[in-house]
Design a protein around this ligand. Structure first.
Ligand code: GTP
Ligand code: MG
Length: 200
């Protein structure tokens, strides 16, 4: 499950502009600022493979990265960006939902959840939507290195509450993993998980 090379392939503004290819892919999804682009950079060990920012709303298109010339990581725009205009938010749902429902090569959605804050309704809604549409899903908890004082400041507790909240949504609880793009926690485990899902 090693990453030997990773190359940026294309930014697509619409689902139908994505690469026409039968190689398997994993979509990286989550709230704005949850750490999607940072995770892709940590997985590929490239600082600037995907552009990151402290300001939410950095990634606005569907971005395909080809790993080891054999599978794709896909960076998606974040959802739940309160400052985005109404029309930008509408676009998000139509274009990203179109991608999920029509991308036959999608192996699993990596749904990123910020473990440094308590569960957010919008993440539960998203998990619910993916579950109802039978889209394979892996929970990737991000920012597990961040521990703050006070209620809701502990990643392990936030994760436990999240798991309890979603437990009724699926016949089988989806796989999940704790990660940090700062310390590298979970990197190898997630690469191994993805290689098992691809069957090689
Ligand atoms: P959008 O493209 O706006 O949807 O955001 P994104 O989900 O791609 O987030 P991005 O990777 O740009 O990271 C947002 C901020 O969180 C940046 O300031 C990152 O440095 C920080 N960040 C990301 N991952 C981690 C992590 O594991 N730990 C800590 N402490 N900070 C992180
Ligand atoms: Mg991003």
């Amino acid at each position: 499950a090693r990453v030997k090379e990773a190359e940026f392939v294309r930014s697509s503004a619409r689902a139908r502009d994505c690469p026409k290819d039968d190689r398997p892919e994993f979509a990286v999804l989550g709230r704005s600022n949850v750490g999607k682009s940072s995770l892709i950079n940590a997985l590929t060990r490239r600082k600037e493979a995907a552009l990151t920012s402290k300001k939410p709303g950095k990634t606005q298109t569907i971005n395909h990265f080809l790993v080891n010339k054999s599978w794709y990581l896909v960076d998606l725009p974040g959802y739940g960006f309160a400052a985005a205009s109404q029309s930008a938010r509408m676009d998000w749902s139509s274009f990203t939902k179109g991608y999920f429902l029509n991308r036959d090569t999608l192996v699993s959605v990596l749904l990123l959840i910020d473990a440094s804050i308590p569960p957010q309704k919008i993440d539960l809604d998203c998990a619910n939507w993916l579950g109802r549409n039978n889209i394979g899903l892996t929970f990737v908890f991000t920012k597990c290195d961040k521990v703050k004082k006070g209620k809701g400041g502990r990643p392990d507790e936030n994760i436990k509450v999240f798991q309890e909240t979603i437990s009724g949504l699926y016949p089988e609880p989806p796989p999940w993993i704790m990660t940090s793009s700062v310390t590298g926690l979970g990197r190898d485990g997630l690469l191994l998980h993805m290689s098992q899902l691809r069957n090689y």
